[in-house]
Ligand binder design. Structure first.
Ligand SMILES: N[C@@H](CCC(=O)N[C@@H](CS)C(=O)NCC(=O)O)C(=O)O
Length: 209
């Protein structure tokens, strides 16, 4: 298997999940500016040009981070990355994956966009993102992980996206439970190894990528 990623991007959470599941994979770095890898044109892997993409051993390619996470979890149920099919807890995990992918990931993406001006970004951060950070912080004040006591693939994705606020001048240091969650996640060998593979030391979530 090959995971196409870019350092500091949303390619981190599938890497964490692959490591949690104990799977062997190669990392292939994508250059966003040129949309190339050492293999050549990245559009040949996915015409979308986005990371992450997971190329399976038969050459088939999966895209969409939240879906890649489900594929890894479902192919390796012993990893416990997601609750079992049909359980109520499964849908709570999917709710979180969807929330992180749509509201948080794409909400944060606005803050990186060259198409949005600084004033609009500030208003969006204060009016939209602040509410979401408060919700997450309140949830994590009562729970070690998004599902409560057990780690799931959704935590890796949440951790991935919560690394970004300091990069876009959003101060989340007042959200103590969120900060504790980030530190808790960085105790996991999977997270430490994924960060190292991206050239980022653990403890670096509050520093620019
Ligand atoms: N819908 C995709 C979006 C992935 C996405 O936004 N990837 C960003 C990095 S976090 C990307 O590849 N950006 C490439 C670019 O901006 O050129 C998913 O959820 O996986």
């Amino acid at each position: 298997m090959k995971l196409y990623y870019a350092p500091g991007s949303c390619g981190l959470s599938p890497q964490i999940a692959l490591r949690e599941a104990g799977l062997a994979f190669d990392l292939v770095q994508v250059d966003f500016k040129t949309k190339t890898t050492v293999e050549g044109d990245y559009h040949r892997i996915t015409p979308k040009g986005f990371v992450p993409a997971l190329q399976l051993d038969d050459g088939d390619v999966l895209t969409e981070g939240a879906v890649i996470l489900q594929w890894i979890a479902d192919r390796h149920p012993d990893s416990g990355l997601l609750p079992a099919f049909g359980t109520r807890e499964r849908y709570t995990a999917l709710e979180w994956l969807n929330f992180v992918a749509t509201d948080l990931h794409k909400g944060m993406a606005v803050m990186f966009s060259p198409l949005v001006d600084a004033t609009s970004k500030k208003r969006f951060a204060e009016g939209n993102l602040a509410e979401k950070f408060a919700y997450i912080d309140a949830h994590l004040a009562r729970n070690d992980y998004v599902l409560g006591e057990r780690f799931s693939a959704a935590d890796g994705y949440l951790y991935n996206v919560l690394r970004w606020p300091p990069r876009v001048q959003i101060n989340v240091s007042g959200h103590a439970a969120m900060q504790a969650f980030m530190a808790r996640m960085e105790q996991r060998p999977s997270v430490q190894a994924a960060l190292q593979a991206e050239g980022r030391p653990a403890g670096s979530y509050a520093a620019p990528d």
